[in-house]
Design a protein around this ligand. Sequence first.
Ligand code: MCA
Ligand code: AMP
Length: 467
Amino acid sequence: MFPLSSDRVALRFGDRTLTHAELAASAGALAQQIAGLPRVAVWATPTIETCVAVVAALLAGVPAVPLNPKVGERELQHIVNDSAPANVLAAPGTKLPEGLQGVPRRDVTLDGGPASRLPEPDPEAAALIVYTSGTTGAPKGVVLPRRALVSTLDAVAEAWEWTAKDVLVHALPLFHVHGLILGVLGPLRRGGTLHHLGKFSTSALAGALNDGTMLFGVPTMYHRIAEEVGDDPELTAALRRARLLVSGSAALPVHDHERIAAATGQRVVERYGMTETLMNTSVRADGDRRPGTVGVPLPGVSVRLTDDDGAVLDEPGSIGEIQVRGSNLFTEYLNRPDATAEAFADGWFRTGDVGMRDPDGYYRIVGRKATDIIKSGGYKIGAGEIENVLLEHPAVAEVAVTGEPDDDLGERIVAWVVPAGAPPEAAELVGHVARLLTPHKRPRQVRFVESLPRNDMGKVVKRALRA
Ligand code: MCA
Ligand code: AMP
């Protein structure tokens, strides 16, 4: 899957680095230890150890479940019960939460020697299981085969002219597709370099782009860049030098795209993906970098639009659900054959995104079928998940969660709460969600109301709340 032989730096996190050959040795030794296990979890802190752990699992052919190191109690319990990891791989000295006490821990060390190579697993074998939210219920484990990883990484490399010479810079979390598959496995597959910033800041970014050639980010990061770039000559010069700026995980506002272009001369390349499908479309490095569009289908990916009855829409300018097919797709939702079956129509994956195709084949994402999915800071969040945990709080009688437009986050999570008695402190409810689920699912605003608007069936009319 990876060349892993050169003395070029593969991974840089702060002042710690590993060459491809060193990574092969460290990950190879760990792979020998875990080979044969049914599944492992990886405590995915933004560190070199997380990368070593994931590469080791790939070398050993053991499916890996990356865990958000800020995951709350309830969410962790669900993931551990659902995925049943045999071990959790973590950086030495990292404190693991109580919810992982029943899972044997294995420290990830960097001191591997020459290790004999394990046989290459089947392309259809599960490589990673990444948890993602849906409209209702707890997050589902998306089983991603090796074939999908390889297919997506080679497709974007072709579209972005990505080579071993590139030094990718990013500050994305390492428990999702964007930061882990594109952002770590991408540079490794090319034989190039990842420079991870640990935590996003425009000043760290400006420094890293001294030798960095590519940047990956979510729109919130590009928004923060757009806010500062005009007043920061160092940031402007750094972005001007970069070969390619890529945005994904949510829609990049045209205003932010234009502000960055005006200050730096760089037009951000946008791509469209999903945990279940990896990358579907992208603006190509040599293509027209039209703001507000996500480009054309990547090699190996077929895209179609359908109406509400499932009829395929061929006319340019039609608007319909985006459905995709290709070697980039996941195999199934772990332990959820019902959800897997429901996600497909005649072999095409139903994304739930609503799109439009320009006459020249460029796609635009214009909306989403489900109102209960919120994209905040590039994270996908189900309103139902948050409502369920808020309802468990004794001070909450009724609740509805919505997403509202937010310049920085794209959408911000708002909780509309009918209190059971005297209204609690908003911070108490926010902390409750952060503790049980994860901090990025916390409401940014809590609005206390006397009642929720409901239709004749008793269902909350969320559109009326937004109005
Ligand atoms: C705040 N914090 C709290 C609480 N409030 N902790 C506990 N309890 C609370 N009540 C902490 C947070 O943990 C965090 O800690 C800090 O306060 C700030 O949190 P937050 O406000 O969430 O951070 P932010 O600064 O607003 O983050 C913006 C961000 C982030 C950096 C853009 O949203 C981000 O990294 N997004 C990336 C999402 C992503 O990768 N999505 C890819 C999935 P601390 O300071 O320690 O951090 S989509 C995908 O993969 C598909 C395939 C695709 O197309 O890409
Ligand atoms: P996730 O399940 O976290 O992988 O999020 C996938 C979703 O993110 C997609 O279904 C889209 O709704 C959204 N998304 C990803 N990239 C883009 C983009 N470039 N523009 C608009 N939405 C995007």
